[in-house]
Write a protein that binds this ligand. Structure first.
Ligand code: UDP
Length: 487
């Protein structure tokens, strides 16, 4: 089978590790499987006087060294401080249009013929139109949220009042209904500018030539079928997941990595729970206190990837890349003098705390890990599936609530914790009980979740083999847009 093509793809994704990591993976797969021959990666940045987090620089650098693609850092964009994260991303996308156009216009090598971007990037559609490029969305989250986004322009016409005030679940033709309180963050307040930007993105996304989704059939068969029967939208959908990094290509300093892995080497098989609430989230004192008490009650050893507590009372604080030098990349010595709740210090002998960037995938793949307490970022869920590790989900915002629901109810590989949506806190007892359930060898439901996640791990391993289902979906997407010769 000859999939060799001679095409140049322009990739454009918003800032933040949760976006950059899957986009780099997509780029790597496109090049290594000869689906395109050249990739130019356009990366936007914010003008905020803060240095880029070291981890982002490391991730980009190692990808550049190992792969054949160019990275173009676009000039920094001014974004008002105190702007909501989603709105910030929308502003960055729109302001990037002239910057990308300038870069493409001045290219001396053959110009890109395909634009690949994500939901927020759908606002840069004019770039594709100006240069007559084919256009694909790459969605680094699940198909259920794609279905919601593609259906939002219809919902906007038929639903009256706030979506969150609806008595009934939000219906999506052929897919699973959504509890109003779980909706994707931009839909929470219809009068906000963010909702209008999001609605525009959803409309633009319907104009793309196809949507590549980082999922696979066995995770979301029902929604993938619904997206393909034409009742939600006519845009072709290609499940090409799971696209995740290789465990050996983790980017964190060796000292940190060795410390964790050496400790894990000494633990019993499937005896440790890995705890992480994502790449950009700092927890509040209250959250750290309940988590510490919950870990104590759960009674399992742990590895906890943790940033110092947020200075904002009551809440954690989401940071986009490079925004908070206080907690991104803080030296360990300084972190240790920060005040954590007493409960945190009490459990120090039960496990390990990683104050910096943790080698998450390597940790998850380690045989000592038996569970993952996660915020349910979609990359984290895919990494856990690919490692055969069941999940306790503590979703916080954005797409995490729907992803946690999907993980627990549809995929059946873990438990979703009940989070108080105004305080974002979960009681310690619930945390302790849930850890016990997913890891205890005697628990019948826990056994079923572990069995299921291990089956999915096997399926995930084959998806990107030559002629595996996700590889074939990706090739089909490029055949459909006419970017192929001889397949
Ligand atoms: N990650 C990591 N070390 C950390 C925190 C996060 O390697 O200490 C990686 C994780 O493996 C995943 C990504 O960062 O690939 C986070 O993406 P996800 O979608 O799970 O959550 P987000 O951080 O975007 O909310």
């Amino acid at each position: 089978r000859n999939t060799r093509t001679h095409y140049h793809a322009a990739l454009f994704c918003p800032p933040g590790m949760g976006h950059i990591i899957p986009f780099l993976e997509l780029a790597k797969h496109l090049v290594s499987h000869n689906i395109v021959t050249k990739i130019t990666f356009f990366l936007p940045s914010i003008n905020n006087n803060n240095p880029k987090p070291q981890v982002e620089t490391n991730v980009l650098q190692s990808s550049m060294e190992q792969n054949q693609f160019d990275i173009v850092h676009l000039p920094p964009i001014d974004v008002p401080t105190n702007t909501d994260v989603g709105l910030k991303l929308a502003i960055i996308m729109e302001e990037s249009i002239p910057l990308i156009c300038h870069e493409i216009s001045t290219m001396t090598t053959p110009k890109p013929t395909i634009l690949i971007t994500e939901l927020f990037g759908s606002l840069v559609l004019p770039v594709a139109e100006k240069f007559n490029m084919s256009k694909l969305v790459f969605w680094p989250s699940n198909a259920w949220i794609v279905a919601l986004a593609l259906h939002t322009p219809t919902l906007d016409k038929v639903v009256e009042g706030e979506y969150t005030d609806q008595d009934d679940f939000i219906q999506i033709p052929g897919s699973n209904p959504i509890r109003p309180c779980d909706l994707f963050a931009p839909m929470l307040h219809r009068s906000d500018q963010l909702y209008h930007e999001y609605l525009q993105m959803c409309k633009e996304m319907r104009k793309f030539d196809g949507i590549l989704v980082n999922t696979f059939h066995e995770l979301e068969a029902k929604t993938i079928a619904a997206l393909r029967n034409g009742k939600i939208s006519k845009v072709p959908i290609y499940p090409i997941g799971p696209l995740i990094r290789e465990a050996k290509r983790q980017n964190c300093d060796d000292e940190n990595r060795n410390y964790v892995i050496d400790w894990l080497d000494k633990q019993e098989e499937e005896s440790v729970i890995y705890v992480s609430l994502g790449s950009g989230y700092t927890m509040s004192h209250e959250q750290i206190k309940e988590m510490a008490l919950g870990l104590e009650l759960g009674g399992k050893k742990f590895v906890w990837s943790l940033r110092p507590p947020s200075t904002k009372a009551g809440y954690g604080n989401y940071l986009t890349a490079g925004e908070d030098t206080e907690s991104n990349g803080i030296p360990k010595s300084q972190a240790s003098v920060r005040a954590f709740p007493d409960e945190f210090y009490k459990i120090q002998n039960q496990g390990l705390v990683v104050m910096d960037w943790a080698p998450q995938l390597e940790i998850l793949k380690h045989s000592s890990i038996g569970g993952f307490l996660s915020h349910c970022g979609w990359n984290s869920i895919l990494e856990s599936v690919s490692s055969g590790v069941p999940i306790v989900g503590w979703p916080l915002f954005a797409d995490q609530l729907m992803s946690a629901e999907l993980m627990a109810k549809e995929i059946g590989i873990g438990i979703r914790l009940n989070v108080n949506q105004s305080t974002k806190v979960v009681g310690s007892e619930e945390i302790g009980k849930s850890i016990w359930k997913i890891m205890d060898k005697e628990d019948i439901e826990g056994c079923a979740m572990r069995k299921r996640v291990k089956e999915l791990k096997q399926i995930a391993e084959k998806s990107w083999s030559q002629d595996g289902p996700s590889f074939c979906e990706m090739v089909n997407a490029f055949v459909k847009i006419g970017h192929t010769n001889g397949v």
